[in-house]
Design a protein around this ligand. Structure first.
Ligand SMILES: *[C@@H]1O[C@H](CO)[C@@H](O)[C@H](O)[C@H]1NC(C)=O
Ligand SMILES: *[C@@H]1O[C@H](CO)[C@@H](O)[C@H](O)[C@H]1NC(C)=O
Ligand SMILES: *[C@@H]1O[C@H](CO)[C@@H](O)[C@H](O)[C@H]1NC(C)=O
Ligand SMILES: *[C@@H]1O[C@H](CO)[C@@H](O)[C@H](O)[C@H]1NC(C)=O
Ligand SMILES: *[C@@H]1O[C@H](CO)[C@@H](O)[C@H](O)[C@H]1NC(C)=O
Ligand SMILES: *[C@@H]1O[C@H](CO)[C@@H](O)[C@H](O)[C@H]1NC(C)=O
Ligand SMILES: *[C@@H]1O[C@H](CO)[C@@H](O)[C@H](O)[C@H]1NC(C)=O
Ligand SMILES: *[C@@H]1O[C@H](CO)[C@@H](O)[C@H](O)[C@H]1NC(C)=O
Ligand SMILES: *[C@@H]1O[C@H](CO)[C@@H](O)[C@H](O)[C@H]1NC(C)=O
Ligand SMILES: *[C@@H]1O[C@H](CO)[C@@H](O)[C@H](O)[C@H]1NC(C)=O
Ligand SMILES: *[C@@H]1O[C@H](CO)[C@@H](O)[C@H](O)[C@H]1NC(C)=O
Ligand SMILES: *[C@@H]1O[C@H](CO)[C@@H](O)[C@H](O)[C@H]1NC(C)=O
Length: 756
């Protein structure tokens, strides 16, 4: 039996060999793969690489005519050494594609590989491979048919380099992004040996020095040098041979001088990014307009100046124009989008010195999705014709000198998500037509001169997350319908002339917030107000994309409001479902009546600011249940009765109950005792620490006035650390600016240590 069986196998093998001529080679595939598996510390990670199966059924394997032609394994911590890959996998005779992304490959690529001659694509990205740039070339050279080599996100460049090979093999694609390449010599060598390379990505390394000339780049189409440490000017001649280049990204370096002079009519760029450098002077507009294919032009965060010529409208393929954070001046060209079909989708002109009117021709940018003109010197009114931009999602124009009404025509912007018009001189009412802009996520109209009442229909904007109407002249009462906004997380109505009660229905949305409706991933800044009696409320919260933080000093209110600190970050997506409003500021109005007990159902409320109103009645005991509350300011009202013992359970970092009619002892435990006297002073009869003891007889006027004068400095101080509170809503960034010298502050908890 055994013999027969053996014979049959042999027969079959022989037949197979005769017909297909390759059994030994197939067996070799299996052997090599199994040896690789056995070289792993934990071979069970590849448990289905099992001889009982056909090799073509192994995980990650694809075969052509019975031979292993491709191996792809991703995100599995195999922890293999490159030597083992080289010895066992790279020598698979028919392998054409090898992709081992993020499998914790270690070791050096300098060991010479016995690479199969068929290998075309090699992707070893996101591992821990070491080696030099010359080792990379040697590796490529040992795989004679290799066209594409991806070593992105490893540690190439740290090792000593051996002598450079005399040529870069016939690679078409080389990705060395996210490595540790630091020496300028490496790119000098690469740039002199490009051969037939089409795609070269050296972004996110640490390459220093100036950019070398590229001697022969006939074939180069894609060059990414962004996010390195390259400096000095880009000399004429650098790209003069790269006439076939379509993607050029040299952003996020330290280049100076004028824009690269080689970017001229003979190139055919589609994407050009010079952002985040120190380029200055005028932009080479005549060269740019001669490139009819240009689609993306990123020049943000440089020092470009001068005006934007009318000929910009000749860039008919342009989809994105980002000139933010520069020194451009003069008017926005009235020719913009006058070409019959405009492809422009994104126009970022924020943080410049553009002046004059917003051109009516923008109405012809029918594909426009995002328009940001913030922090300029624009005047006149907002053209109603913008209402014809049916794809518009972002209409962002804060800090200009715009006046007139918010045009009623905006009501046709069905896609509008962000309407941010803060710090202008807008008058009139909020147009009723906006009720039809049901996509609105973020409405911010702070610091204008808007009047009328807050429209009842705002409650119908189901997707509204942030509503900021601070510092206007709105009158009437707060519409209870706001409680129907199931996504409203941030409501700032401070400094208006609102009257009536705080509607209990505001809390209707508690527990119903749908996290998916959030504004996610938008850069913002929170400006904290220092000691100043002119600016009220909890501070300024602004969208902050494309704005240089130093240029916030250009906002008149920075001086006027004495903004002391700026915090920046990105709006987060970590808000869970079924939570409540996070921020409620109704301060500096003329609201009356009791604090509605329903507010206590806003379990996630972090800031509750009702100061400077005419609220009466007791402090609801239930407020002590708002477990996330960090700032509670009820000062300057007519609140009476005792401070409920439940308040001791709050872990507040800011508290102000001063200037009310409160009586009785201050609860002696919990966070309340950590606040200084200013938080309690000027009440009818509060006593106990930090105020004088309750049964000490008289608290003389002298004592009290002494207390208030010593603590004057700390008044409103909780605003300064406010930025750190909103961790549920934001991915917290960092302090970007301390506009004024630090103020000595007293906080109820240890946020101070985070700050200083
Ligand atoms: C990666 O592999 C090395 C050695 O093979 C091992 O020491 C290390 O713990 C592994 N890291 C991860 C994240 O698996
Ligand atoms: C390459 O192949 C030769 C002969 O087959 C062998 O001696 C050598 O060890 C191999 N090298 C590597 C790195 O696998
Ligand atoms: C780099 O690789 C690591 C895993 O090794 C991964 O977590 C990280 O996201 C990768 N980074 C990039 C920029 O690809
Ligand atoms: C290289 O791999 C990285 C990470 O896997 C990937 O993001 C990148 O697109 C690849 N590069 C090329 C040129 O395909
Ligand atoms: C540029 O390089 C290519 C590919 O190596 C070669 O064919 C061509 O002759 C070179 N051109 C010049 C001007 O050196
Ligand atoms: C230049 O690019 C075009 C496509 O963009 C391509 O067809 C042509 O072959 C390229 N020329 C060279 C020399 O690579
Ligand atoms: C250019 O590079 C920067 C930094 O690496 C990147 O953020 C940007 O998206 C790139 N621009 C384009 C148009 O690809
Ligand atoms: C822009 O286009 C117009 C006509 O389309 C042409 O007359 C004008 O010369 C062009 N301007 C530039 C700077 O190319
Ligand atoms: C809009 O484009 C049309 C041609 O498509 C042109 O006649 C009209 O003048 C343009 N409008 C503005 C305001 O530029
Ligand atoms: C706002 O407009 C009024 C007139 O409507 C004008 O007096 C005032 O100076 C303007 N304010 C600013 C800051 O432009
Ligand atoms: C809202 O849209 C509807 C239908 O599209 C229209 O009838 C109504 O007049 C619009 N409302 C306002 C206030 O413009
Ligand atoms: C701003 O705050 C600083 C520090 O508290 C103070 O010295 C200064 O007088 C304030 N300026 C104004 C205009 O209130």
């Amino acid at each position: 039996m055994k013999v027969v069986h053996h014979r049959m196998v042999t027969m079959f093998g022989l037949l197979h060999f005769l017909f297909f001529g390759a059994l030994p080679a197939m067996a070799r595939d299996v052997d090599l793969l199994i040896s690789f598996k056995n070289s792993l510390t934990n071979p069970s990670l590849l448990s289905d690489w099992n001889q009982a199966k056909g090799v073509c059924e192994f995980r990650g394997i694809a075969c052509k005519a019975g031979y292993v032609s491709s191996l792809t394994i991703r995100e599995l911590p195999l922890g293999a050494d490159f030597g083992s890959v080289s010895a066992h996998i790279l020598s698979l005779p028919n392998l054409e594609t090898l992709s081992l992304q993020s499998i914790n490959l270690t070791g050096s690529i300098s060991a010479h590989a016995n690479c199969t001659t068929r290998l075309k694509r090699l992707d070893l990205s996101s591992n821990h491979l070491r080696g030099s740039v010359s080792d990379t070339a040697s590796l490529a050279a040992s795989c004679t048919s290799l066209q594409s080599l991806n070593l992105s996100n490893n540690s190439i460049g740290q090792a000593f380099y051996h002598s450079y090979p005399s040529f870069l093999p016939n690679l078409k694609i080389l990705d060395l992004s996210y490595n540790k390449i630091a020496t300028n010599k490496d790119i000098q060598w690469l740039f002199s040996k490009l051969g037939i390379l089409k795609h070269l990505d050296l972004s996110n390394n640490n390459i220093k020095g100036s950019i070398p000339k590229i001697s022969n780049c006939t074939f180069l189409q894609y060059l990414d040098l962004s996010s390195n440490q390259l400096s000095s000017i880009v000399p004429a001649g650098t790209f003069s041979h790269c006439l076939n280049i379509t993607y050029l990204n040299i952003s996020s370096n330290h280049f100076t001088g004028i824009a690269p002079p080689d970017i001229d009519t003979s190139m055919n760029l589609v994407i050009l990014s010079l952002s985040n450098n120190n380029f200055s002077g005028e932009i080479p507009i005549s060269s740019l307009v001669a490139m009819p294919g240009l689609q993306l032009l990123e020049l943000a965060f440089n020092n470009f100046s001068g005006s934007l010529p009318n000929s910009v409208s000749n860039l008919t393929s342009l989809e994105l124009l980002d000139l933010s954070a520069n020194r451009f001046s003069g008017p926005i060209p009235h020719s913009i989008c006058t070409q019959s079909v405009s492809s422009l989708k994104v126009l970022y002109l924020q943080d410049n010195y553009f002046s004059g009117f917003i051109p009516d021709s923008l109405r012809n940018c029918t594909n426009l999705v995002s328009l940001d003109l913030s922090l300029n010197l624009l005047s006149g009114s907002i053209p109603g014709s913008l209402g014809s931009l049916s794809n518009l999602k972002d209409l962002i124009m804060w800090q200009n000198n715009l006046n007139g009404d918010i045009p009623a025509e905006l009501s046709s912007l069905k896609s509008l998500k962000n309407l941010l018009l803060d710090y202008n001189n807008l008058t009139g009412t909020i147009p009723d037509g906006l009720v039809n802009c049901t996509s609105l996520n973020w409405i911010s109209l702070a610091s204008n001169r808007l009047t009328g009442s807050i429209p009842i229909w705002i409650g119908k904007l189901e997707n509204l997350v942030i509503l900021i109407l601070r510092n206007n002249s709105f009158t009437g009462s707060i519409p209870p319908g706001l409680g129907d906004c199931k996504g409203l997380a941030w409501l700032d109505l401070n400094s208006n002339q609102l009257t009536g009660n705080i509607p209990p229905a505001l809390a209707k949305q508690s527990g119903k917030i749908v996290a998916s409706l959030l504004v996610v991933g938008r850069r913002y800044v929170q400006l904290s107000i220092g000691n100043n009696n002119q600016c009220h409320g909890t501070g300024s919260f602004l969208e902050f994309d494309g704005i240089r933080s130093d240029d916030l000093m250009r906002m008149p209110s920075t001086r006027y409001c004495n903004f002391t600190r700026a915090y920046t970050g990105f709006t987060g997506d970590n808000l869970r479902n079924n939570i409540s409003m996070l921020f409620l500021d109704l301060s500096y109005n003329q609201l009356e009546g009791h604090i509605p007990i329903e507010i206590s159902t806003m379990q996630y409320l972090m800031v509750l600011n009702l100061e400077h109103n005419r609220l009466t009645g007791p402090l609801p005991e239930k407020l002590g249940d708002i477990t996330h509350l960090g700032v509670l300011d009820l000062s300057h009202n007519f609140l009476e009765g005792r401070i409920p013992a439940s308040f001791s359970a709050l872990s507040l970092s800011g508290l102000d109950l001063s200037n009310n009619l409160l009586t009785g002892p201050i609860p002696e435990w919990g966070s309340l005792v950590t606040f200084p006297a200013y938080a309690f002073e000027n009440n009818s009869g509060l006593c106990g620490f930090p105020l004088p003891p309750c049964n000490s007889g008289s608290t003389s006027r002298e004592d009290r006035s002494q207390l208030s004068s010593t603590n004057n400095q700390s008044f409103q101080s909780w605003r300064i650390a406010l930025g750190l509170l909103f961790s549920l809503f934001f991915i917290f960034g960092f302090v970007i600016g301390q506009f004024l010298e630090q103020i000595s502050v007293y906080f109820g908890c240890d946020y101070v240590s985070v700050l200083y």
